[in-house]
Write a protein that binds this ligand. Structure first.
Ligand code: NOJ
Length: 763
């Protein structure tokens, strides 16, 4: 009888079309459906589902389709159009069990429309804008047949030497956690099964941003308290928000690579956090267990990974090669494989693919006539979001905004740099569609003023660096040098400056300098550009630096040289227009730094919420025998939360509703913020809390809330922040998460340093 049923099901599955029509009732109950399907699968088919392959231009498509039809591939990434993916899904529908493929991609900060890099999005402190960017990215990617994104990337990064700082949302646990939640909800919409949603897979689990010395792929050695308190909450926030997937980090954690880490993957993720989704290794990570030195060969690597709970293997063949043997020898159990397959099938179920494998691929007749058509972009949204992410760092003598009738000398290697404008991980973005700074300025200036362009410098004069950055891009190198001598370029720029009212210099990093595998020992603007800035300064003309970079830079000298500095990060498809909006005052900048700017690389780490110490540096006092570097000023160049506006804001004294708080009670901290300048503008009012004395040392302050407010010139508004016991909780030495009675300081300010303070007691 049972056999007959099974045969019946196989026969049903073999008929076209799909699950919804053939077994609608079965689809109602995910667990039952998945278990039922699992029972039909051969070992080969199961292991096939655990294989995630990267599609390269060189790969023979026919072979891939054959493999899919044989049930030997579960999903792909890097194939990103409907016509590319449809034949693969067709192949899956020819497979014995017709298990649909999923199509993944790194949709990090936009898909076709490129939004500012994540670090820039975080600079907006604007949850609505960030959410919009994620929703549009999901809609565009889903319309191109993608089902899942390897995002959000929520690795806390406190060492800007790490090139992937650009990919994350900065140094602060609270801010990054808020954004993690917003991004997951934006990607997934009301359900990852919607045709215009992507499943999110939060990465890189865990602690990748804390690699030693900022050296990519390096080890992480961290106390449990620091992990739980500072680094783990953003991943947890993403999971609580419903992230369907988790990508596992390449690094080791306290001696055990994440990919083999049963504590991380089983105890923490699945048991403690209750994660019930798909885990994916990072590129080649299972194989790398051999390099890490925890597996002696591929067989052991596959065993460690499957035992740790790595469901899908990204781009290595070890599961396929080794799992059958491991099972046969009894080194792993059938349930190890089945559990992993269950998650893959479950994720596909959650993506809506069993209801309709063509949910996002659609019908061929509905394919866009031109996949790359400009009409498919969301330019207005990209411009709006980009300008919210720009941070005004300096504006001496109101150098900005510029007059639209001005003659502007536009110089610098990043003034006309469409690729760099997109930043790294620019998904399906096309450089030809990105608006450069030159385009943006020209569009505003028109006939009214004049833009004189001179490149002025190459990104760097260091050929070895250029070669490094172009290493993987032989066909179309990203960093292309002007062959003139550095001096000839500077001379031309100085000539342009002399004819101008003001200089706008677009300087910083090429996008590849802030990318995966792009760690730096030095956070200076490259010397070629520093020579240019020095020569420009010598002309005596007002100098505006438009910084483009994916990490904080040490710009101590440039801060003295420049009259104004606008941090634009890599602002995306509409970057040039957005920057022009701010430079000319059509938009009043409102961004705040989500990461501290050090004075020099030697100060790192410089994150604002460091722990208290016994001999703190005390400003204004002789510093001997206190914690500091004696050869430089103590403290950052620009603190976390900092950013200027074209208007000014004042804060009234803070009012606390009480000087005590009960464990179940609420405290209200309020402040009136007033726009005291002449133009409308937005600012971010930030609330920090310090636990004055606890059972263990605590940070000098921690961001606990913020509000971004728009105020017309002269307008004022009273803002209220609610403080509860939850805001005071922390992980103690026993990793117990609880608040301790005693005194707390509340600080409110417009950045993390310039704050006013009051105290209360938790009873
Ligand atoms: C390696 C990167 O570490 C990861 O972030 C990315 O998602 C994968 N490659 C796939 O592109």
């Amino acid at each position: 009888m049972k056999k007959l049923c099974l045969l019946g099901l196989v026969a049903t599955l073999a008929s076209h079309p799909v699950w919804a029509e053939t077994k609608p009732a079965a689809l109602k109950d995910k667990d039952a459906f998945v278990s039922d399907l699992l029972k039909q699968m051969t070992l080969d088919e199961k292991i096939g589902q655990l294989r995630l392959i990267s599609i390269g231009p060189e790969m023979p498509r026919e072979l891939i389709r054959k493999e899919i039809a044989a049930g030997r591939i579960g999903g792909t990434f890097n194939s990103i159009t409907r016509p590319e993916n449809r034949p693969m899904q067709d192949a899956a529908m020819r497979s014995r069990l017709k298990i649909p493929m999923f199509f993944a991609y790194d949709v990090i900060h936009g898909h076709r429309t490129i939004f500012p890099i994540s670090l820039a999005l975080a600079s907006s402190w604007d949850m609505d804008a960030i959410g919009r960017s994620g929703r549009i990215a999901a809609q565009e990617a889903a319309a191109d047949s993608l089902d899942i994104t390897f995002a959000p990337m929520v690795d806390i990064s406190r060492d800007p030497r790490w090139g992937r700082t650009s990919e994350g949302f900065g140094e602060d646990t609270y801010l990054v956690s808020r954004i993690a939640e917003v991004m997951v909800k934006a990607f997934q919409g009301t359900s990852p099964a919607n045709a215009d949603s992507l499943m999110a897979s939060v990465k890189h689990f865990a602690l990748y941003g804390a690699v030693e010395g900022g050296r990519d792929y390096n080890v992480v050695d961290m106390s449990p308290v620091k992990m739980y308190q500072d680094y783990l909450p953003p991943y947890h926030a993403a999971i609580k928000a419903g992230s369907g997937g988790v990508m596992v980090a390449l690094n080791s954690i306290n001696g055990v690579p994440a990919t083999a880490n049963t504590w991380l993957m089983n105890d923490l993720l699945r048991k403690d956090w209750g994660f019930k989704g798909l885990t994916v290794s990072d590129h080649g990570a299972i194989f790398e267990l051999i390099k890490h030195g925890v597996a002696k060969d591929g067989r052991e690597a596959a065993k460690l990974a499957i035992k740790a709970g790595i469901d899908m293997s990204m781009n290595d063949s070890l599961y396929g090669k080794e799992l059958p043997g491991l099972l046969k020898s009894g080194e792993i159990e059938q349930s190890d494989i089945d559990n992993a397959v269950r998650e893959v099938l479950g994720a596909k179920y959650d993506m809506g693919l069993f209801k309709d494998p063509y949910l996002r691929i659609g019908k061929a007749e509905d394919d866009p006539v031109d996949t790359y058509a400009d009409s498919r972009l969301h330019r207005a949204e990209a411009r709006d979001i980009a300008r919210r992410s720009l941070v005004l760092l300096k504006n001496h003598n109101d150098t900005l905004p510029l007059k639209k009738s001005a003659t502007i000398a536009l110089v610098g290697p990043l003034a006309k740099a469409p690729i760099d404008m997109m930043g790294s991980w620019a998904a399906a973005g096309r450089p030809a569609q990105s608006v450069t700074l030159q385009d943006g300025l020209n569009a505003v200036i028109g006939e009214k003023g004049k833009v004189i362009y001179a490149r002025g410098a190459n990104i760097t004069n260091d050929k070895a660096v250029v070669d490094y950055l172009n290493f993987l891009n032989f066909d179309a190198p990203e960093v292309v040098d002007d062959k003139r001598s550095p001096q000839a370029m500077i001379d031309e720029a100085v000539q342009a400056a002399k004819q101008a009212d003001v200089i706008v210099a677009a300087v910083g990093e090429s996008r590849g300098m802030s990318h995966e595998s792009s760690s730096r020992t030095d956070l200076n603007i490259p010397q070629s550009q520093r020579d240019l800035i020095k020569a420009l300064k010598a002309t005596g003309k007002p100098l505006v630096l438009v910084l483009m970079n994916g990490r904080p830079l040490s710009i101590l000298e440039e801060n003295q040289q420049a009259d104004a500095i606008l941090e634009t990060w890599f602002a995306g498809t509409e970057g040039g227009n957005a920057i022009a909006d701010v430079l000319f005052g059509d938009y009043n900048p409102s961004g705040k730094l989500p990461i501290t700017f050090p004075r020099s690389v030697g100060q790192i780490p410089t994150y604002y919420n460091h722990l208290t110490i016994g001999r703190p540096f005390t400003p204004g006092k002789p510093g001997n025998y206190t914690s500091q570097y004696f050869d430089d000023t103590t403290g950052p160049l620009f603190p976390f939360g900092y950013g200027l506006s074209y208007t000014t804001f004042s804060l009234s004294d803070m009012a606390l509703s009480s000087t005590t708080l009960n464990k179940t009670g609420k405290l209200d901290a309020s402040v009136t913020v007033k726009n005291t300048g002449k133009v409308d503008g937005e600012t971010v009012v930030q609330l920090y809390i310090q636990d004055v004395a606890g059972s263990m040392i605590r940070p000098i302050k921690e961001l606990k809330n913020f509000q971004k407010v728009m105020l017309k010139a002269g307008e004022e508004r009273t803002l209220h922040f609610t403080i509860t016991e939850d805001d005071l909780k922390f992980y103690n030495t026993q990793l117990k998460y609880a608040a301790e009675p005693g005194e707390f300081n509340v600080q409110i300010g417009l950045d993390s340093q310039d704050v006013q303070q009051q105290s209360f007691e938790l009873l």
